[in-house]
Design a protein around this ligand. Structure first.
Ligand SMILES: NC(=O)c1ccc[n+]([C@@H]2O[C@H](COP(=O)([O-])OP(=O)(O)OC[C@H]3O[C@@H](n4cnc5c(N)ncnc54)[C@H](OP(=O)(O)O)[C@@H]3O)[C@@H](O)[C@H]2O)c1
Length: 239
């Protein structure tokens, strides 16, 4: 039986992925700040779901929290980082940017590094992070969101290159969703909006295939291609 930890599984993509992994036979450790939502997951599968309250902005506590949850579960084969925030910030309030950076860069890096060190010492493992299609270009409405997602995508490539040198079966997957109908989307009606369930199904498939990069849903690969080539004057009209 495989063991997975999902950081940020109280709602949205992380929660749906937890449900799918449990269905596939995984034992799943779920974290987040809203413990009532974590508990509602555990109660449905008390033998397979382990919960831990974790605030990823509380950087000093993260390594010991990951250790504690892994010890309780026995081992870890798969680490998924789904905790992330984006805050609209046209007025460039630094406090908002700082919040996003603490979650999407500092918290993410601390957990990703912990997982990769763990995988190297045990000789195997799979790290998955939910970055975004937003990683590909800047955004005037929420500058730190796109910039931190670009950091994540680039950092994951670095971790993969680092792991490849060990020649151990350690995998790194960068999931880049388009629009997914979660709390983060705040009820916006955007084009090609996926349900969290559909997004999580495709993420589970990318995990199984040990993909390096996966766009979710799959057709967002077209937008990714466009975003890379769209000239700045055109980009200025849309974001
Ligand atoms: N929805 C989209 O359209 C979309 C598109 C591209 C990428 N993504 C990415 O997908 C990931 C998941 O987002 P989602 O759409 O599923 O939104 P969501 O429903 O808001 O889920 C976010 C998750 O992150 C956790 N989280 C946030 N801040 C945290 C903190 N300080 N400490 C611990 N946990 C924290 C939340 O748990 P608590 O609040 O309980 O702590 C929650 O479980 C994010 O990284 C997001 O950037 C989303």
């Amino acid at each position: 039986m495989q063991n997975a930890i999902i950081i940020g599984a109280s709602s949205g993509i992380g929660r749906s992925l937890a449900e799918i992994l449990v269905g596939k036979g995984y034992r799943v450790g779920v974290t987040g700040r809203r413990t009532d939502l974590l508990e509602s997951l555990r109660i449905l599968n008390p033998d397979k779901v382990f919960t831990l309250r974790m605030d990823v902005q509380d950087i000093e506590s993260l390594e010991s929290a990951c250790e504690a949850l892994t010890t309780e579960m026995g081992c870890i084969d798969l680490m998924v980082i789904s905790a992330g925030i984006g805050i609209p910030n046209r007025t460039l309030d630094f406090q908002k940017e700082h919040d996003v950076i603490r979650t999407n860069i500092l918290g993410f890096t601390c957990i990703a590094d912990w997982a990769m060190r763990r995988f190297q010492s045990q000789g195997h493992g799979h790290l998955v992070n939910i970055s975004s299609i937003a990683s590909l270009r800047g955004n005037g409405h929420a500058p730190s969101y796109n910039a931190t997602k670009a950091y994540q995508a680039n950092y994951l490539e670095g971790l993969r290159l680092n792991a490849d040198k060990t020649r151990l079966p350690i995998h790194v997957t960068d999931i880049r969703p388009g629009f997914v109908d979660t709390d983060m989307a705040k009820g916006m009606r955007m084009f090609w909006m996926s349900t969290p369930e559909k997004a999580a199904t495709q993420i589970a498939d990318a995990i199984q295939r040990k993909r390096r990069v996966a766009f979710v849903t799959r057709r967002w690969v077209l937008v990714a291609w466009l975003l890379q080539w769209i000239p700045y004057p055109l980009l200025r009209r849309v974001v």
